[in-house]
Structure formats: C-alpha cells, structure tokens
Design a protein around this ligand. Sequence first.
Ligand SMILES: [Zn+2]
Length: 88
Amino acid sequence: MKGKVKPLNPRSCIGCRKREDPMTLLRVVSIDGKLTPDPDRTLPGRGAWVHMECVVKAVERLAFGRALKVDQFLDSSLLTAYALSKSN
Ligand SMILES: [Zn+2]
C-alpha cells in the first residue's frame, strides 16, 4: 500500500501565531463557558488551536475568546490544569 498521508491544513497557534501542522497543536473548544481541551479532536463546534506551551500565554492575552468568537468570560482552569499536567 502506498502510504501517502494526506497532509492536514496548517493551523495557526493562537498563542504565538505560528502556522503548524495540527498534529503538534492542541485543539480547544468552549463548552458552557469553559475552555475544554480536545486532544482527540472529536468535540463539535468551533475550535482554537494552540501549542501546549502557549496555553498560558494565550489565556493571558484572552486569545481564546477571539479565536472562538465568544464574548463571555471563559473559564480556563480546566485547560490550564490540562496543559500543566502535560508539560514538565
Ligand atoms: Zn504557539
């Protein structure tokens, strides 16, 4: 079999704005005002893409609200806890 993997469209990290292969980025969606990590990319709705190490920066810059087109305050505790658990 010819193992040609279809390349994924690059996505911009909302923390550092670098365009990346989505495989290297974490997808984040907003559920009931909570920023929710979606590592399996299965959750419906609009997603924001961010490097694991850019999560905190993106939260501080309120970049998620812009990327997800949400005006309300977004609770980032779930997401930052996730990012912290993944980085060391
Ligand atoms: Zn980044």
